[in-house]
Design a protein. Structure first.
Length: 649
C-alpha cells in the first residue's frame, strides 16, 4: 500500500515539475464582453506558440488589463508570472475597431500589435528561463537554505552563481552572429556593442539589445508568413531551436535580388542570384602592394556561378562571365581617402557584389596586384547558407570600416562565421587578409593545393597574375626586336608618349602586338595620374575660385551620391524588411534603371568637363597616349593584312 502511495506521489511530483505554460485571464472588473474578447486574444496568442516553448515555460502567467501603462505602451511583464496589457485599448478590442484601426507600427492594426505584444513579452519570460538539471536545482536550494540559516539574506541571489546560468536564446553565440552582434577583434570573444544590421530592419527596437532582438523576431517568426523568405537564416535558427515552424502559404523564391556594382553604366545593375547555381566558394586574395592601405592584401569571396542550364560541376569554373565577388569595402563618400578617417571608422563598411572580370582588371591591370582564388571546403548545406547570408548582409548591413580592426579580413571572417556556423571559426581572431588565409588553410577550410603548379593554377583560374610580369615580358620582345635603349619596362612607360611614337612605325607584327599592350598600360597610368591630379586640385586652395573646377566637383559629388545605392541597395525601397520579395522587384527594377541612367548622364558630363580641368601638360600627355594607341592599332592591322592574316577590328 505504501509503495503504491509513493508511486502516485512521485508521479504527481513529476507532472507538477514539468507542467506546461498556462495563461490565465484576471477577470476582476471585466464584464462578459470584455472577458470574451480578452480570452480570444489570449487563446490566439497561445495557439501561435511552438510546443517546445509551451513545455519549457512551466508556469502560470496571469494576464490583466492595467491603467498604469503609458499611453503609447501596449503591454509589459510586471512579474515573472504576470503580464499587463494597456486597459485603454480594451474598448477597441471589444467593439472590433482594434482589428481595423491603423497604428503606424510594424504590425499595422491595434489588435495585431496587442497579439504581437503578448508573444513578445512571453518570449522575454522564455528567454529568462534557466534550464537547470535536477542536480543543479537541488544545489541551488541547498545553498539558499544554508544562506537563510546563517541570516545571509543577500546571499540568496549569490547562490545562483553556483549554478551555471543558461539563457535559451539571447546569449547563444550562433544567434548573436546572425543577429549582428559579432565577435569583436582582440576582445577574447566579447561582442561588438553596435549592431550593423540597420538597413531594412523589421523594427528599430530590435537593435537596442539581443533580448529585444529575440522578442521582436519571435513576433515575426510566429506571425509573418513572409518571415522565412525575408530572414531565411534566422528562420532556420528558430525552426532548429524549437524543432517546429509555422505553416507557410507559399514557398520562398529560389533567387535573391542583388545589385551588381559594375562600373559599366550600360548594364542593368539589378541581378538575381540562385544558390543552386553556385558550384563553389573561393577565398579570393589580392596580394599586397606599396600602398599603405593595401600592404597586407585584400580579402574577398568568389562565387563560382554556373551558366544557366549548366549542371553544377568543375566546368562551371570556365563560366567566368557569371562569377561574382563579395567584397567588403569602405564606401568613400568623397574623393579624398583619409587615413585618419579610416582609423576612426568614419567610412561605412558595406558588402559590394561585383563581376569577377571587373575585379580581375582592377587588381591585375590597374593596381598591378596578383589574385589567388583558393576553394573553401564547405559542405553543400553550409555553402548555400553562406550565399543566403551574403544576400542578407548585402541588403541590411551598414557597418563602420576601420583599416586596423574592422577591415576586409575581419568582415569576411564574420561573414564566414555567421554564414557557415563552422566551429573552427569560433576562436579565430585574424585582422590581416594574409593571416586569415593562413588560418583558413591551417584549419583545413581552404585548399591551397590548387596553387602548387603555377601554370596549371593560371590555366584553371585559381590564379590571376599581375600584369607587371606580362608588361615586362612584352618589353623584352620590344627590346629584342627594336633594340630600344631602356632597360626596364617602367623606364619605357615613364617616357612621354611623344618619345615612344617614333618606335611604333618601326615595329614588326610581334613587336607591334607587344607595343599595343604597353600603350594601353601607359594610357591607364595617365588616367590614374590625371585622377590624382584632379583630386589634389579639387581639395586644394584654388577649388573655390575656379568655377569649372567647382562644376566638376559638383558632378563628382552627385555621382558619388547616386552610386551609393550599389553598396546600400536598401535606400531604393520604402517599407518592408530583410530580403526584398518578388512584390518589390518591379520597384527595384524601375529605381535602379533610373539611377543608372542618371549615372550615365553624369559620367558623360564629367568626361567633357575633366579634360578641361587638367593641367596643360597632363592633358597633352593623355592626348598623345590616345594618338599612340590609334597609331599602333592601325599599324598592327596593316601588318596583319600584309601577312594575309585575319583582319583585326
Amino acid at each position: 500500500m505504501f509503495s503504491r502511495l509513493l508511486g502516485v506521489f512521485l508521479l504527481l511530483f513529476a507532472c507538477a515539475s514539468h507542467a506546461d505554460l498556462r495563461l490565465r485571464l484576471d477577470e476582476k472588473g471585466l464584464d462578459a464582453a470584455q472577458i470574451q474578447a480578452s480570452q480570444a486574444l489570449i487563446d490566439e496568442a497561445f495557439a501561435k506558440l511552438p510546443p517546445r516553448f509551451i513545455q519549457a515555460l512551466d508556469r502560470q502567467v496571469t494576464v490583466h488589463w492595467s491603467h498604469d501603462l503609458p499611453d503609447n505602451g501596449y503591454g509589459r511583464i510586471t512579474r515573472l508570472d504576470a503580464l499587463s496589457l494597456n486597459a485603454r485599448l480594451l474598448h477597441g478590442l471589444v467593439d472590433g475597431s482594434a482589428a481595423h484601426e491603423r497604428t503606424g507600427r510594424p504590425h499595422g492594426t491595434v489588435r495585431a500589435e496587442l497579439l504581437a505584444t503578448v508573444l513578445h513579452e512571453l518570449t522575454h519570460l522564455y528567454d529568462r528561463a534557466r534550464l537547470w538539471s535536477p542536480e543543479e536545482r537541488a544545489r541551488l536550494q541547498r545553498c539558499r537554505r544554508e544562506a537563510q540559516s546563517h541570516g545571509l539574506v543577500g546571499q540568496r541571489d549569490a547562490c545562483r552563481g553556483d549554478v551555471q546560468r543558461r539563457f535559451t536564446l539571447s546569449d547563444d553565440p550562433r544567434l548573436l552572429d546572425l543577429a549582428g552582434w559579432q565577435q569583436a577583434v582582440g576582445q577574447r570573444g566579447a561582442r561588438e556593442g553596435r549592431n550593423g544590421m540597420v538597413a531594412r530592419s523589421a523594427d528599430g527596437y530590435e537593435l537596442s539589445n539581443p533580448r529585444e532582438f529575440v522578442a521582436v523576431n519571435m513576433e515575426y517568426f510566429l506571425l509573418d508568413p513572409e518571415y522565412a523568405c525575408r530572414r531565411p537564416s534566422l528562420q532556420r535558427y528558430f525552426s532548429g531551436h524549437f524543432g517546429w515552424a509555422p505553416a507557410r502559404a507559399q514557398a520562398c523564391p529560389a533567387e535573391f535580388a542583388y545589385l551588381n556594382a559594375s562600373s559599366d553604366y550600360q548594364k542593368a545593375p539589378l541581378g538575381k542570384l540562385d544558390p543552386a547555381r553556385v558550384y563553389e566558394v573561393d577565398y579570393l586574395f589580392a596580394e599586397a602592394n606599396d600602398n599603405w592601405v593595401s600592404r597586407w592584401g585584400h580579402s574577398m569571396l568568389r562565387l563560382v556561378v554556373c551558366a544557366p542550364g549548366r549542371p553544377r560541376g568543375p566546368a562551371c569554373r570556365l563560366d567566368l562571365d557569371q562569377h561574382l565577388v563579395l567584397s567588403f569595402r569602405a564606401f568613400v563618400g568623397d574623393i579624398q581617402l583619409s587615413s585618419w578617417d579610416g582609423l576612426t571608422g568614419v567610412y561605412p563598411s558595406r558588402l559590394f557584389i561585383l563581376p569577377l572580370a571587373q575585379v580581375i582588371d582592377e587588381y591585375t591591370k590597374v593596381e598591378l596586384r596578383s589574385l589567388a582564388s583558393i576553394p573553401l571546403r564547405l559542405p553543400r548545406e553550409q555553402q548555400d547558407a553562406l550565399v543566403r547570408r551574403a544576400a542578407e548582409l548585402h541588403w541590411s548591413y551598414d557597418g563602420n570600416y576601420y583599416f586596423l580592426s574592422n577591415n576586409c579580413a575581419v568582415e569576411t571572417l564574420k561573414l564566414l562565421r555567421s554564414g557557415t556556423g563552422r566551429a573552427e571559426l569560433e576562436g579565430l581572431d585574424s585582422i590581416m587578409p594574409n593571416g586569415l588565409l593562413d588560418s583558413l588553410a591551417g584549419r583545413g577550410l581552404a585548399d591551397r593545393s590548387v596553387l602548387a603548379d603555377p601554370k596549371e593554377a593560371l590555366r584553371l583560374g585559381y590564379r590571376f597574375d599581375s600584369f607587371r610580369d606580362r608588361y615586362q615580358a612584352m618589353f623584352a620582345v620590344i627590346k629584342q626586336r627594336l633594340a630600344v635603349p631602356q632597360a626596364k619596362v617602367d623606364d619605357w612607360l615613364r617616357q612621354p608618349a611623344a618619345q615612344r611614337r617614333p618606335w611604333l612605325q618601326r615595329a614588326d607584327l610581334q613587336a607591334s602586338a607587344a607595343l599595343l599592350l604597353l600603350e594601353q598600360a601607359a594610357f591607364r597610368q595617365q588616367l590614374l595620374l590625371a585622377q590624382d591630379e584632379l583630386k589634389q586640385r579639387y581639395m586644394g586652395a584654388d577649388a573655390a575660385s575656379d568655377p569649372t573646377l567647382n562644376k566638376a566637383g559638383d558632378t563628382i559629388g552627385r555621382m558619388l551620391l547616386n552610386s551609393g545605392f550599389l553598396s546600400r541597395p536598401a535606400e531604393l525601397l520604402e517599407g518592408g524588411y530583410g530580403l526584398p520579395q518578388p512584390s518589390e522587384w518591379a520597384r527595384l527594377e524601375q529605381q535602379t534603371a533610373d539611377r543608372q541612367q542618371t549615372l550615365r548622364n553624369l559620367s558623360d558630363d564629367l568626361d567633357k568637363d575633366l579634360r578641361e580641368l587638367l593641367l596643360p601638360e597632363r592633358r597633352r600627355e593623355l592626348e598623345d597616349s590616345e594618338a599612340n594607341l590609334k597609331q599602333v592599332g592601325e599599324h598592327l592591322r596593316a601588318l596583319h593584312q600584309q601577312a594575309g592574316g585575319l583582319k583585326l577590328p
